[in-house]
Design a binder for this molecule. Structure first.
Ligand code: NIG
Ligand code: FE
Length: 421
């Protein structure tokens, strides 16, 4: 597929175009998450990198057609490109041996306590050079596009030394420069306590707060700071200190909260006004209530529950309470090896009792809001960047319904075709 040489790219005869209706808002909360606009027999006009016009095929103005690359969208559904708002995609090596151990009954926590888990990947990531990490991440990103993601967030957190955390953020910046996918980075120096600090946890938190955060902020390596607030990882007080230090240095807070136990990370997220609190498998009813009145985005990662055999986060309850829910893969070598946001949408529907409409909103506009980019991305509307995924299917509800198959036929990123088959 050649990129447009004419002024416009027109995709016409689209089976159905479906997008969250934002009414200018950065996200949709609670029952508004069902606000999906559908246009049957639709057409879409793109100029340069942005959406110029959407509407019914029969209403397509002639003025676009004289100067356009015209593409036939019959058989296809057009949706906003998926925003995978939480991944750990840069890592040294995969961990299929731990998967096998879990299949034989070991738990994620037991494997971590024996030096496996995150610290296993810390060893392989410290050993890997930038070029190896870059090459592997580029390959993963190629796969992500094929599954319809046009924006991917990537965290550091497998280095856990100043040098190796910066190495990871450098790799993320390299792939951001080299890949058409939109990349957003997050500093996660507090992902686990590195083994060499096992008896000196305070010193490691000091290192994160006094050296790493100031450095990544000064070098402008990222705009977000995340922490894994969990038993055996970072306590509530340590997490608060790390996130507040991040805020002082201009890094917006994110948190891995209440994943394995109800520690209270969700309440902390509200306290520090985190952009998102992710996981939430053990969120308390009190925190759900707090989320309904705050702008903290609940980033749900059902692929992790599926993969580790854990409880699912209470997606239905959060939405019924009026919270803002987003979805992501959490792609990482330990707790979810999947590129597929659509698969997460199926799990959101079947396991968390979300509707197809809510799952689409969660994977697009709300996920974009969790990365503070929903002013430009996350819905198909005039003026926004032309990030559109085209899927071989009759309507948008078919996407979570027919799972385990990649239905993506083509992806447009900022007006450029990335994949066509
Ligand atoms: O989001 N929960 C913490 N971190 C990752 C797991 C990373 C790993 O196991 O390597 C997560 O699930
Ligand atoms: Fe994570």
């Amino acid at each position: 597929m050649n990129n447009a040489k004419n002024t416009y790219t027109v995709v016409r005869n689209i089976n159905q175009l479906a997008t969250p209706v934002t009414d200018g808002k950065p996200f949709l909360r609670g029952r508004h998450m069902r606000n999906i606009e559908t246009i049957d027999n639709a057409a879409l006009v793109v100029r340069s990198d942005a959406i110029e016009w959407i509407g019914r095929n029969s209403d397509l103005p002639d003025r676009f057609m004289d100067n356009a690359d015209i593409i036939d969208g019959s058989g296809l559904v057009a949706l906003p490109g998926f925003v995978d708002m939480h991944t750990h995609m840069v890592f040294g090596a995969t961990r299929e041996e731990e998967f096998a151990m879990r299949c034989s009954g070991a738990t994620y926590q037991e494997i971590a306590a024996q030096g496996g888990g995150i610290n296993n990947t810390v060893r392989t990531t410290r050993d890997a050079d930038k070029s190896k990490l870059r090459k592997q991440t580029m390959r993963f990103l190629d796969k992500m596009i094929r599954h319809g993601s046009t924006t991917v967030e990537i965290k550091s957190g497998y280095g856990l030394t100043e040098r190796d955390e910066v190495k990871m953020l450098d790799v993320i910046r390299m792939v951001k420069d080299d890949h058409l996918i939109n990349i957003v980075s997050t500093f996660l120096g507090a992902h686990a306590l590195p083994p060499e600090y096992k008896e000196h946890r305070e010193e490691y938190v000091d290192l994160v707060c006094r050296k790493m955060i100031p450095y990544v902020a000064e070098k402008n390596l990222t705009g977000f700071c995340d922490v894994f607030c969990e038993k055996g990882f970072f306590t509530l007080d340590e997490s608060r200190r790390i996130l507040q230090t991040g805020i002082e240095y201009g890094l917006a807070p994110k948190i891995h909260a209440d994943e394995l136990s109800p520690l209270g990370g969700s309440e902390l997220a509200v306290e520090v006004k985190a952009v998102s609190a992710d996981h939430l498998e053990h969120i308390s009813d009190k925190a759900i209530e707090l989320f309904s009145k705050s702008d903290v985005i609940a980033g749900l990662l059902p692929g992790v529950s599926f993969y580790l055999g854990h409880n699912y986060a209470p997606g239905r309850k959060l939405i019924d309470a009026g919270a803002i829910v987003a979805l992501a893969t959490d792609f990482n070598p330990g707790s979810c090896m999947s590129y597929s946001v659509p698969l997460m949408m199926t799990m959101a529907c079947t396991q968390m009792k979300m509707t197809p409409e809510e799952s689409l909103t969660a994977a697009t506009i709300n996920a974009a809001a969790a990365l503070k980019i929903s002013d430009k991305l996350g819905s198909i509307e005039k003026g926004k960047l032309a990030d559109v995924v085209f899927l071989q299917m009759p309507n948008y509800q078919y996407l979570p319904y027919h799972y385990g198959e990649n239905h993506v036929a083509a992806v447009m990123k900022s007006g450029t075709w990335l994949e066509y088959r």
